[in-house]
Design a protein around this ligand. Structure first.
Ligand SMILES: [Zn+2]
Length: 545
């Protein structure tokens, strides 16, 4: 694979030359060569099984060649629970055991929800967990991640999305040459995509609105954002920044909408593959910087049925309050903190049409099909001191009068046989609770200890010990609900409590088992059974700096 010059490279070389010039004039010396540098490419949401299928079917030809000819190897990884980007990145970037039970949860001690897309929440969680530890991306760049990992420069990370650091935004945007090229190229690619879509609409006018929405997402995330990430990261590679962590979200987003094995999701892997190839070529062009390329995934996805399809439109929160908790008394609640109110006001501005035109339109399209991309808390309900949050294929029930997690005995004193009854619902797989003797799992109305899981919901799993450990870890998190409800393994197949076909957070094989593509000559700790194990390995690149 000899590096070949493309138009991208011409722009990047020009930009790199300008950067060096600026540095010489004002900012001192260039980064010191002579050590290995960490480049992590995360393909969000891609399970090992789907990756292997994509490789076998020629959907990721570059990655395949990398594995066959360049000495990179595919190492299996099981990621622990919950299977979500935030928990994974916290463990891998800082080496701390996360108290992050899902993508949306409640912190009883702080009396506030944590909802990652909402401004400030990710930054707060990161500061609290990191607690002064050095992240694996310290001094480098992160793109598309939940957390910064200590990066000096970051773009479109949830931790800084609503209030980006001056450095993060200005440095990246000031790379005018790169940006200009992204604009030109993305505009061309967008035009082609829209042209093709128009032909498709003519052929299939009935389904056109649905396709149009996917097209908007595709063009925004899969063309503009991916281009910006790839070119900005390439610029970092040329410049030899200390470390780079890029997260490509394309596959995860499409898989949420259509399912992890849908052809539209698989097709998005092709463009991600091309982006990885460009990063690789760039890295090879500057051997003096010693880039080590890792390609990994944070979790997979399970194919689900949305819960409200089973209940004639009733969401889980409603079913819980109406049928199990406080009949008739529930009401929707909004964010309780001032930040929450400010974001809510921002969303109101968008809804009422006071946001700029294109943003407004984009948000309107997102609102129906992709509510989790917006900072709204639709999936939370509270009544009579009980708060219910639906986060994905998982939901949390919190009893708010007590700041510490409530034990099953105390829950049953209020609502006898609640967990048992819930686990018999046809939209519920299993229900987790804490007892004096450790966590327990209710499945189809029966109670199992962690050492009995093989007789219950997880019969026949080779990785039973990892499932039990993951559930133990999850229920040890103070912020996990007093009851944790999973829709996975429900009687009629996996169920999610939000509007999505692909879902993740739970212990199914396809969610837990992912991979790391490791460069030649490095010894990963093995077997990889938790994201925490990646930290010391990746942190060594920082120590060598
Ligand atoms: Zn996801």
């Amino acid at each position: 694979m000899t590096p070949r010059m493309s138009l991208d490279d011409v722009f990047l070389l020009l930009q790199s030359w300008l950067d060096r010039l600026v540095r010489r004039l004002r900012l001192g010396r260039a980064p010191t060569p002579g050590r290995r540098r960490l480049l992590v490419v995360q393909i969000d949401g891609l399970s090992r099984a789907v990756l292997e299928r994509a490789l076998a079917h020629g959907r990721m030809p570059f990655l395949k060649r990398l594995l066959e000819r360049s000495g990179h190897r595919l190492v299996p990884m099981s990621v622990g629970l919950p299977t979500s980007t935030a928990a994974f990145q916290m463990a891998a970037m800082y080496g701390v055991r996360p108290d992050i039970p899902g993508f949306h949860y409640h912190d009883k001690r702080r009396r506030a929800d944590v909802y990652f897309p909402r401004g400030g929440d990710a930054a707060w969680v990161e500061a609290r967990h990191a607690d002064g530890r050095r992240g694996i991306v310290a001094g480098g760049s992160t793109y598309g991640c939940v957390f910064t990992g200590g990066a000096a420069n970051n773009l479109f990370n949830l931790a800084t999305l609503k209030r980006p650091t001056g450095a993060g935004l200005i440095q990246t945007l000031s790379a005018a040459v790169v940006l200009l090229w992204v604009v030109i190229k993305s505009a061309i690619v967008s035009t082609i995509a829209i042209g093709r879509a128009l032909l498709g609409f003519l052929a299939d006018p009935v389904d056109a609105p649905r396709h149009w929405k996917l097209l908007v997402i595709k063009v925004a995330v899969s063309v503009w954002v991916r281009e910006l990430f790839t070119l900005s990261a390439s610029r970092d590679l040329y410049n030899g920044v200390p470390a780079v962590y890029v997260n490509y979200l394309d596959y995860d987003i499409v898989a949420h909408a259509y399912g992890p094995r849908d052809r539209r999701a698989l097709r998005s892997l092709r463009s991600v593959d091309r982006s990885i190839q460009r990063l690789w070529r760039t890295a090879r062009r500057v051997p003096e910087h010693g880039w080590d390329l890792y390609v990994l995934s944070d979790h997979g996805q399970a194919h689900c049925t949305p819960f409200d399809r089973l209940t004639g439109g009733r969401r889980l929160e409603r079913v819980l309050f109406e049928d199990f908790l406080t009949p008739g008394g529930a009401h929707e609640v909004g964010p309780s903190r001032p930040e929450g109110r400010r974001v809510a006001a921002g969303i109101k501005a968008i809804r009422s049409g006071r946001a700029p035109g294109i943003v407004q339109r984009f948000m309107n399209y997102l609102e129906d099909d992709f509510p989790w991309l917006l900072g709204e808390l639709k999936e939370a309900r509270e009544s009579g001191g009980v708060r219910v949050i639906a986060a994905g294929p998982n939901a949390f029930v919190y009893f708010l009068d007590q700041a510490e997690p409530l034990r099953l005995e105390d829950i049953e004193a209020r609502f006898p046989a609640l967990a048992e009854e819930l686990s018999r619902n046809r939209g519920v797989g299993f229900v987790l609770a804490r007892t004096g003797g450790g966590p327990v799992c209710f499945w189809r109305g029966k109670r199992y200890r962690l050492d009995e899981l093989g007789e219950g919901p997880f019969t026949g799993r080779d990785d039973l010990a990892l499932v039990a450990r993951g559930i133990g870890d999850l229920m040890a998190m103070p912020s996990a609900g007093d009851l944790v409800i999973y829709g996975l393994q429900a009687p009629g197949g996996h169920v999610s409590y939000v509007a999505e076909i692909g879902a993740h957070a739970g212990p199914s094989v396809e969610e837990m088992q992912t991979f790391v593509v490791a460069p030649p000559g490095v010894a990963l700790p093995g077997p990889l059974t938790h994201a925490l194990q990646l930290y010391p390995h990746f942190a060594r690149y920082q120590e060598a700096a």
